[in-house]
Design a protein around this ligand. Structure first.
Ligand code: 5GP
Ligand code: MN
Length: 337
């Protein structure tokens, strides 16, 4: 993969279309610990390419999470094979940095001669040969909807449903401020094309495994709020993951409960990972409190209102450092206003 400055300009939809039409074999990748937008984007573009008669592999470092297995066609999501395979084009979806694609997935895709990077993270490092990054888009799935419809590519049912779920999950069910009239127009079009709204939303949101609520109970026991009520956090120690038999996706979205507390401006979730690293997940309700910038101080990234870090432990040290940085920023903003 090359990473030269002349590739920092966005490609046009027509240029991306040429890449898709002029090649026969593709591998589509997305980030580690994939969420609805990551897997949804792989399925959306993957099935459109399959409908064009292309040879397509859909690979994720961590495989298909159980909570997204309801998506039609998701059985095509594979864990990385041990050996690299012959493929012309690799397409990275919804992934801000090259390493977040995962080491084994990158090794498997390493024979690709051309790399395409399609994403909506403002922190995207613009790796790859052909780049399509729109940080105003609420989800990579919405960029793919625009791409597929404007190029007149096929939209099989797998693509249609995957786009709906990608955008629904990345917008907190069409709620976050990145949601625009265009997003609702897109959703309306997908419904006209046959999305079953009731069924797809209940499969997305009403099928939690019981252990997810047990996790919630454990998290609530660790909930703390700063004296001024502006910063709230909770944490997950590794033994709780083991005791409850948790899967990585079980915590997905739970941070929204502390984000939703009145007076809270920044919500933080600290998680001890099996490898000893600490995963930090942050949400802000105030554009001036840009959590992507705070994440970047620790090598993480994301969006202004939702960002994350994977950092060195132990948990208590990481927690103190991140909360300290948030506190300094909250104090700065309070002084400005
Ligand atoms: P979440 O908190 O839901 O895991 O992630 C929120 C946002 O931050 C997502 O857009 C995600 O891609 C990004 N993000 C989460 N963790 C990391 C990380 O370790 N590095 C980078 N660069 N971005 C992250
Ligand atoms: Mn996304």
């Amino acid at each position: 993969m090359s990473d030269t400055p002349e590739h920092t300009q966005n490609a046009s939809f027509a240029q991306v279309g040429d890449v898709l039409r002029d090649h026969q074999s593709f591998v589509l990748l997305s980030h580690v610990r994939p969420d609805g937008d990551a897997i949804g984007s792989q399925l959306a573009l993957g099935y459109a390419l399959m409908a064009l008669g292309k040879s397509v592999r859909l690979i994720n470092e961590d495989g298909l999470p159980e909570n997204l297995a309801f998506l039609p066609g998701s059985e095509r999501i594979e864990s990385p094979p041990a050996e690299p395979f012959d493929v012309e084009v690799a397409i990275a979806l919804d992934t801000a940095t090259y390493p977040r694609l995962g080491e084994r997935a990158l090794h498997a895709a390493s024979k690709a001669g051309l790399w395409v990077n399609i994403d909506h993270h403002i922190s995207n490092t613009r790796y790859g040969d052909v780049i399509l990054i729109d940080s105003t888009s609420p989800a990579t799935g919405q960029i793919l909807y625009d791409l597929i419809t404007s190029l007149g590519l096929p939209m099989p049912a797998e693509t249609r449903d995957a786009i709906y779920v990608a955008v629904s999950t990345d917008t907190g069910s069409f709620q976050y401020p990145s949601t625009t009239a265009k997003t609702y127009d897109m959703a309306a079009d997908l419904i006209r094309r046959g999305v079953n709204v009731g069924a797809i939303n209940s499969a997305t949101y009403d099928e939690s495994p019981f252990r997810r609520l047990e996790l919630m109970r454990a998290l609530l026991n660790t909930l703390e709020r700063s004296p001024d009520g502006m910063v709230a956090h909770w944490l997950l120690r590794d033994h709780v993951r083991v005791d409850l038999g948790l899967m990585p996706e079980d915590s997905e979205g739970l941070i929204d409960f502390i984000r939703a507390i009145r007076g809270v401006r920044v919500a933080v979730f600290f998680e001890e990972l099996a490898d000893g690293k600490i995963r930090v997940s942050m949400r802000s309700k105030d554009r001036r409190l840009d959590v992507c910038k705070i994440a970047a101080e620790f090598g993480g990234g994301g969006h202004a209102l939702a960002a994350g870090i994977r950092m060195k432990g132990p948990l208590d040290v990481a927690k103190a450092a991140v909360l300290d940085s948030i506190r300094r920023r909250v104090d700065e903003v309070s002084r400005e206003s």
